[in-house]
Design a protein around this ligand. Structure first.
Ligand code: HPA
Length: 273
């Protein structure tokens, strides 16, 4: 058995020793949404530190735990705090939690994040439904021996973000009167924000938003056949689009300002997907 797969099964056994909860959907919470998990009907929670071999998050403001419970009667597992590549973990570890939620039984994955707006029509505080992504700026989480137990060596990525789910999300956003843009998410490693030249490059590539997470998780989830969707909260305009220097405080403040709307949308979406 491959080392990555062995680590994954060790983590799964560690979770299974604590709960046999079977989620239908998995949700990864981005900046500003961390407390969403506190508001759901919680069945049980497991701190990442209690899971043998689990990469534990170091980012300020991120709680590190899986919350198991129900959103609109749908059994869900929620990642309260994700693992980022810039924290120093190998990419296989960054996507371990995503794969673990798949092995717990989740068939659907809802990804959320905070992102910088590259599309000049965007404004801080608006939401973007991911239609596709570009991962050229990061190593692939699928590099290394293929985990045959999870998926194929050369997985198709022609519809990473499910068209079916996207239609549902657009409908729910409309019903809630929440304006929702659509676009392509570009992932870079971080932790430094991009330079204006990199942001211009993103625009030329066809990118609409830039961030430091999500696309690698979406790729790992698609590899194992999960149905995936993603929503970004545009917390700031990317470097060079506005004259203002970037600041993590601004990112958090914007995310917090619109978090009630974001939560409302996520709840409606989980009930329908
Ligand atoms: N760049 C990268 N990641 C981000 C940004 C950004 O401008 N804003 C929030 N996350």
């Amino acid at each position: 058995m491959n080392d990555t797969y062995r680590k994954l099964t060790t983590c799964l056994e560690s979770v299974r020793a604590k709960t046999d909860f079977k989620p239908e959907a998995a949700l990864i919470l981005g900046s500003g949404l961390g407390d969403y998990a506190d508001g759901i009907r919680i069945e049980t929670a497991i701190d990442y530190t209690e899971i043998e071999g689990f990469p534990t998050s170091t980012v300020a403001g991120h709680k590190g735990r899986f919350v198991f419970g129900y959103v609109q009667d749908v059994p869900v597992v929620v990642m309260q705090g994700r693992v980022h590549y810039y924290e120093g973990y190998p990419m296989q570890d960054v996507v371990l939690p995503t794969r673990l939620m798949g092995l717990m039984g989740a068939k659907k994955l809802v990804l959320t994040n905070a992102a910088g707006g590259v599309n000049p029509d965007f404004r801080p505080g608006c939401f973007m439904l991911l239609t596709d992504h570009i991962t050229t700026g990061i190593p692939s989480p699928l590099i290394g021996a293929n985990l045959e137990e999870l998926g194929p060596r050369f997985p198709d990525m022609s519809e990473v973000y499910s068209l079916r789910m996207r239609e549902i999300i657009k409908l729910e956003a409309e019903k809630l009167d929440i304006p929702l843009r659509e676009g392509v998410y570009v992932q870079f490693t971080g932790p430094a924000y991009e330079t204006p030249a990199e942001v211009r490059m993103c625009r030329l590539w066809g990118g609409d938003a830039v961030g430091m997470s999500t696309a690698c998780e979406a790729m790992a989830a698609r590899h194992m056949g999960l149905e995936v969707c993603g929503i970004s909260c545009i917390t700031n305009m990317a470097a060079g689009i506005s004259k203002q220097p970037l600041d993590h405080k601004e990112v958090q403040e914007t995310a917090d300002r619109v978090s009630a709307q974001f939560k409302e949308l996520i709840t409606a979406v989980i009930g329908k997907i």
